[in-house]
Design a protein around this ligand. Sequence first.
Ligand code: RET
Length: 281
Amino acid sequence: SLPFATSSVSAIPTVVPTLPEYQTSTETGNRTLWVVMVIMLVASIVFTGMAWNIPVSKRLYHIVTTMITIFATLSYFAMAAGHGIGYHHVVERESHKHVPDTTKDVYRQVYWARYVDWSLTTPLLLLDLCLLAGLNGGNIFIAIVADVIMILTGLFAAFGSEDTAQKWGWYAIACIAYLVVIWQLAYHGRATAMAKGGKVGKFFAAIGGFTLVIWTVYPIIWGIADGSRNMNVDQEIIAYAVLDVLAKPIFGAWLLFTHQSMPETNIDIGGFWSEGLKGEG
Ligand code: RET
């Protein structure tokens, strides 16, 4: 007779661990990352070209916007090459009717390179918008610091243990910080832009509204993909890819081409930008 047929049932553990599952990107996701890297690189070259014949004193938007796509090129290169990736560990417990419960270790890829990118590029995007609006230094500083808090607490949320109060606590803090950013831009920014006159006011409302819509999709995708894992890693890569292309190269091209044909958007931030600080003598 078979030996296990007579063995005691009580010897079977109540929770049986099964093989770990790795949730990773596939060929589709990786190809998407390379494509976006190339788009960011091309945008960086185009934006640099647009600055070529413009005096340094009038190049501020060009410099800020080109830095944004250069950072994105670097972070997409890292992600496509398989760097800047961590694994978020989740223990999934499954209960069954007739056999003991099972647990499974799940390791999902988290591209932390994104957060490095965002912590540098979202402040620069905000700087572009704040300069366009003509916002004062105090409001710009608050918007940028709130934005950095949003990204870094978002990073903590991404690696936090699933279904814990802490993870969603970090997410909530990030959302509050995002509201502060929106407040600075939509309230103070819009008011100052409108005060600059009709043309700039209208352009700020348009590009600011576009930014608000695109940016608000990020925490939604995050909740579906990183928060509740209802989207696989490839789908997450594609969703962020579409958003990133809209938020950086499309935003940048819109800003720089409009700036070229709308002298009212020129900004004078003093001689420091083009000449440096002068001594007293
Ligand atoms: C996170 C998760 C935590 C809650 C919130 C988030 C917001 C992220 C945003 C990102 C914007 C990124 C951009 C990238 C440019 O290419 C960190 C996803 C509120 C608004 C514009």
